[in-house]
Design a protein around this ligand. Structure first.
Ligand code: MN
Length: 748
């Protein structure tokens, strides 16, 4: 008899207490009190999952209870969602069907559970297309019932909170996917607190050391920070009290993840992150009509006390962000001479900022107005979904473009608002109005001044689009577009535009094959694509139809021979995305030893490299060398390609190819590997000679290339060296940094 079949009395007590906690929280909220159905859902789920345990060993039912608690207490959802959360894994993991749920709990809850079941299936699926397809489903369901996505968020948050008990290769996969898809989605939905926690948790698993270090640094600097904050905030709180306001003021520290992001982006140490925290003022206000005026009164009181930074005031009250965020931000000079941001919000605005759209239901303002922005976004998503990219990774990238970018708001001549991602251009506006307008766009007028269609826009610009019937869409426009909608529309228009040439190219190709007696097959087309470096079939035909390329007898000969490279798998194609190129070093040219036995994904893969070759391949995008922290991807041919842990390409792949990830460990590696180092510094007489001497003779390192450029007083140098492993390069960088005048030396 299986011991796991039953729960112990102690466990039963824990389960009951956890559920009571959910009920108590629900009863304290101002939702209608539909306790009976929640109790029934709990009993049903408990019975359905009985005997099942999570990997951590605890009874499975604790997971749905925790998800229900998050949905209720952290997102603010009501009884229908609580029931759906309790039941969310029943259909997927047990013998019960959606029909059973409907019979017991009615159509609404059944529909939510069915939506949740649909989008969860692929989380551990083993094909990229499955993951993209699931994500598509997730977004499509969103437009039907946003609660599916909100409960999914709660599910993901609990899985992230308990990620420690998962297998390491799944940790990478889940953390990567969370950072890539769920955190941006949470941001878009205005779930700020959840977004921050998801990011921090992902970061903690992806970079445990950096996470621990920054957490420690935050704690160490706490005393100093709070004394500066007290000096700064005391005069403000005194003034606001004199004004008779009821409010709460606190210092809000940046999240660990965003501190790290800032350090990485600006190449600064922790001590030089000056906007480490902001002051937040949350005031009580029963009359929504007074909120805006109060914000500005507080603003005015603060600017009487401190010097205002002229262009860092952000009015998210008059024009809320697309995710519903409202607040008034200003930046003033603090007592220690550093700028401090102050965020002013009413209690209502604060709840919306932390809990997102769910908080709107609590305040019930108007009918649909506050959801209109969200709906607009859902429509954008739908545009992309109607026109899915053939490649799953491209699809995720396009989508990410829209999820991540910060926003600007521009006006049409009629005063209508258009929300666009940062770096959007006149052409984006044209496409956002209509694809027809986009295709015929010739230029624009920004604030009544004539500008090219590539002109980047700023928030507040008034934009008019100029069109001409003789204009046609151009492939060169692609880099001008920042919106996914624009890119998708342009791509579709180009395809239409090229269709006649594609058709005639196809005919030319087919007649050519017939003339030379070659049978038309996929292999032959693939071969021809390789010869002419066409990205796909259509491009090959287009070049033929357009007369850009011509077929001749020698081509016929090579097409008749059977090629060796035809059977490239989907997986290896992923590596040939724009921007990635084959690594230039000798090591990368070595072919991997064919692995005969299937790789065990659960075990750490040992990377070996000796006289017989390597049992892995180096990726072209991030060029890792032995000693770097790397992860492996296993392809269809059972070969392992390694990427640096934080390679952006690898991050995207983690989200889509999770089950192909294998954790790795360096074993004995013999050979020399190419590493690139970038050096910056102040140009002084003799410094270059000193550098070259240091590198070549002193450290006995093989220099392959040294490229130096001096501009005015500053020089930049790119250095390629052959080394045994990462430690040698790091040591080299340290020594270079000690050369007088060098300000930076780091691996690229
Ligand atoms: Mn779950």
């Amino acid at each position: 008899m299986n011991n796991n079949k039953f729960t112990t009395p102690e466990e039963d007590q824990i389960i009951e207490a956890a559920f009571q906690d959910v009920l108590d929280g629900y009863l304290a909220s101002n939702h209608r009190k539909k306790v009976e159905i929640i109790k029934r859902a709990f009993k049903f789920a408990k019975e359905a999952h009985s005997g099942i345990r999570r990997r951590s060993g605890e009874p499975y039912i604790l997971h749905p209870i925790a998800v229900a608690k998050i949905a209720s207490q952290e997102i603010g959802l009501g009884s229908t969602s609580i029931c759906a959360a309790l039941l969310h894994d029943v259909v997927e993991d047990t013998d019960y069907t959606v029909e059973d749920i409907e019979q017991h709990f009615g159509p609404k809850i059944a529909q939510l559970v069915s939506g949740l079941t649909k989008i969860s299936g692929g989380i551990f699926g083993d094909k990229a297309s499955v993951q993209a397809e699931n994500f598509r489903k997730l977004l499509l369901t969103m437009s039907e019932d946003i609660r599916v996505v909100l409960i999914k968020m709660a599910d993901r948050l609990h899985n992230m909170r308990t990620l420690g008990s998962m297998a390491p290769n799944k940790q990478y996969k889940i953390a990567g996917e969370t950072l890539y898809i769920y955190a941006p989605l949470a941001h878009r939905l205005g779930l700020f607190a959840i977004k921050t926690e998801l990011e921090d948790l992902s970061f903690k698993y992806e970079h445990p050391e950096a996470y621990a270090r920054i957490t420690q640094q935050i704690a160490d600097s706490e005393a100093r920070r709070s004394s500066i904050y007290n000096d700064f905030s005391a005069p403000i709180t005194r003034r606001l009290e004199e004004m008779g306001l009821k409010f709460e003021a606190k210092a809000r520290i940046k999240s660990v993840y965003s501190i790290w992001n800032k350090m990485e982006a600006k190449h600064v140490p922790f001590e030089e992150v000056y906007d480490l925290y902001a002051m937040r003022i949350i005031f009580e206000c029963d009359d929504p009509a007074r909120e805006k005026a109060l914000c500005w009164e507080i603003y005015s009181a603060i600017t009487d006390l401190y010097r205002l930074h002229p262009d860092r005031t952000r009015d998210w009250i008059s024009v809320p962000k697309a995710n519903g965020y409202q607040a008034l931000h200003l930046t003033v000079m603090g007592p220690d001479g550093n700028w401090i941001e102050v965020q002013i919000r009413s209690r209502r605005m604060d709840e919306i900022a932390e809990k997102g759209f769910a908080a709107h239901w609590k305040y019930k303002i108007g009918d649909s107005d506050e959801e209109s922005e969200l709906n607009a976004w859902l429509h954008t998503i739908k545009d992309i979904l109607d026109n899915p990219e053939p490649n799953a990774i491209d699809f995720l990238d396009t989508l990410k473009l829209n999820l991540f970018s910060s926003e600007i708001v521009v006006f049409t001549p009629k005063g209508e608002l258009i929300t666009l991602p940062k770096d959007a251009t006149v052409l984006d506006v044209a496409f956002s109005l209509h694809s027809h307008i986009g295709c015929h766009c010739i230029a624009g007028k920004v604030n009544h001044k004539l500008v090219p269609l590539s002109q980047k826009l700023r928030s507040g610009d008034q934009v008019e689009v100029l069109t001409s019937q003789s204009q046609t869409p151009k492939a060169e426009w692609m880099p001008f577009l920042a919106t996914a909608k624009g890119k998708t529309a342009l791509r579709a228009a180009l395809r239409r535009e090229q269709q006649p040439a594609i058709n005639s190219g196809k005919t030319i190709f087919e007649e050519f094959l017939k003339k030379h007696g070659i049978t038309d097959s996929n292999d032959v087309v693939t071969k021809a694509m390789g010869v002419y470096q066409a990205a796909n079939r259509d491009q090959l035909y287009y070049m033929l139809g357009n007369g850009d390329i011509v077929l001749n007898d020698s081509i016929a000969k090579s097409l008749k021979r059977r090629g060796e490279n035809q059977e490239r798998s989907l997986f290896s194609k992923i590596f040939r995305l724009p921007g990635s190129r084959p690594a230039a070093d000798e090591a990368a040219k070595e072919t991997a030893q064919p692995a005969n036995t299937p790789i065990n994904m659960k075990e750490t893969y040992v990377l070996k490299y000796d006289d017989r070759g390597a049992n892995f391949k180096f990726s072209g995008c991030c060029c890792p060398i032995p000693g770097d922290e790397v992860i492996g991807f296993v392809d269809d041919n059972n070969e392992v390609t390694i990427h640096v842990l934080d390679c952006p390409r690898a991050l995207a792949m983690k989200a889509s190819y999770g089950p192909r990830i294998v954790s790795t460990r360096w074993d004995e590696v013999r050979g020399k590997f190419l590493a690139r180092v970038h050096i910056e510094g102040i140009d002084r007489f003799g410094i270059l000679q000193e550098l070259t001497q240091l590198i070549s003779s002193h450290l006995n390192i093989d220099i392959r290339r040294l490229n130096i450029e001096a501009q005015n007083e500053v020089f930049h140098a790119d250095l390629s060296v052959l080394v045994e492993d990462a430690a040698v390069v790091n040591d080299l960088c340290d020594k270079i940094k000690h050369v007088n005048g060098v300000t930076k030396a780091a691996r690229v």
